[in-house]
Write a protein of this length. Sequence first.
Length: 80
Amino acid sequence: MKFYRDDRFPFSEPLLWIYASGVAEDVGVVVGARAVRGYGWAYCEVRRGRTRFLFPCGDVNAASERVGRLLRHRMFPATW
């Protein structure tokens, strides 16, 4: 695991960069944990200026499936 500060993601909280290598290009998603009303803590996709709910923190397997589907869609947008 490599720790570094990337200017593309100027956030002060710990984040996880998940990526997949594709034939044409690499795709990725930046994930963090945030407090969410009604869920407690949730995994969220972190983008500049906004976040997107992915899955509650209690179910890691379901959250990883959601991230996998998101990455597949970004790699092959015409097939989804």
